[in-house]
Design a protein around this ligand. Sequence first.
Ligand SMILES: [Ca+2]
Ligand SMILES: [Ca+2]
Length: 472
Amino acid sequence: MRKYGLAVTTLAVVLGLPAPVGHVRRASANPHYIVSTTDDSTYDGTCDASHCTLREAITLANSHAGDDYIHIIIPDDDPGCDGVVCTITLSSTYGALPPLNDMSGGTFVNGTSQPETNPDGPEIVINGSGSYDCFKIWSRYNTITGFVINECVHGVTICDVGPPWDPGYNTISGNYIGIDYEGTAAAGNTQGGIQIIGAHDNTIGGTTAQKRNIISGNVYYGVEIWGDDAHHNKVVGNYVGTNADGTGAVPNDWNGISILEEAHDNMIGGLTSGERNVISGNQTGIAIEADACYNRIIGNYIGTALNGLDAVPNSIGVFMGNAAHHNYTGGTIAYNTNWGVRVDGAASIGNTITAHPIHSNGDLGIYLTNGGNGGILPPSITTPSCNSAGGTALVGRTIRVFSDYDGQGRQFHGEDQVSGGGTWMVTLPSGMFTYPNLTATATDTSGNTSEFSAPVRNGCEFLWMPLSLKRY
Ligand SMILES: [Ca+2]
Ligand SMILES: [Ca+2]
């Protein structure tokens, strides 16, 4: 898989040249530390040709001002290597790895420098023995890529610990976090996969397959974004809760992604297919809670496999509760065993849901409860036909019309804003509705979106049935 740049990187190391990242830098100013052993129990504080542990390399990169590169090139006769992967088990003598904390420059921690031996994933396993945090970041512009990160307490923690540190602009990409090196079975971190606490502008994943993280099998959550200084983080292009093929569940036992405690303006997914996360197989796919606001969930597959078609259910697709407000949910939400989207609580308001398709969820596609989204009522479709739907609603509301086999939103057909006369109408430019039932949602000017309306037949079953049957 992600052997991008390996040959160049390895050559660069041999020649003492800078790694192929960033702009050209003087090698002498930006040392490469080459980790050469899996044994974390010996620490002499130096990295040389005879001995360099990951712990030593991180410590030296921190103390050296400016950017640094840590490559992993462990001989295959190292006792920690089995011919497929090399496992660095954190020592009980030293515990958690030291945080990356050099505010004068970022550190690029590169597991992809290890020669290819594992056809199913990264070659270097970091194992926290179930007792220790593994990677920790307190500073800026760091990258962690190309690792299997298993059985830590937290796999990766990006944490604001206060001045002089300010964590931001870090990248976590191309890792297996909480799942084994074959990408098929849980080897969970005992609290969670990636934790972003009070940190901003970090990127989890990327838009290419090489940058995809598989974040699955963690005991509580896959990714947690926490605190009012946690903003403008992006989670893009990852598989969260599935195997490495994106075809089956390897659940994060609680939430795939948690956004909470006033975290705001974070982006899960994006408008391009490369930014899409597959968030499936978890207890709850995405949970936004505790005053988290202005977060955007766009373009993801939530409850489906990589192909967007097969079911890999979460229990709940998206949960917004406990005063989660003014968040936005789009994308595909299907096959979740309970609700597609649940908005819960009287202070959970202004949450706009334009997601489609939403279909085949076990309970309602959109469920408002305990005053969520102000309990805004869906519109009634009073004039259904083969190619149009209309009705009445409060002036200013935006009505979105869908068709479905059931009462959700398998196909989006268009929207209209309720006119001064209190009426709305969506008319297809051509053809007729895709599925026999019509539903609609209403969104008010404060951003609250309703449940789906009770489904009504589209009024052209006589025409629709024969056309539909031709497909089977
Ligand atoms: Ca050493
Ligand atoms: Ca440094």
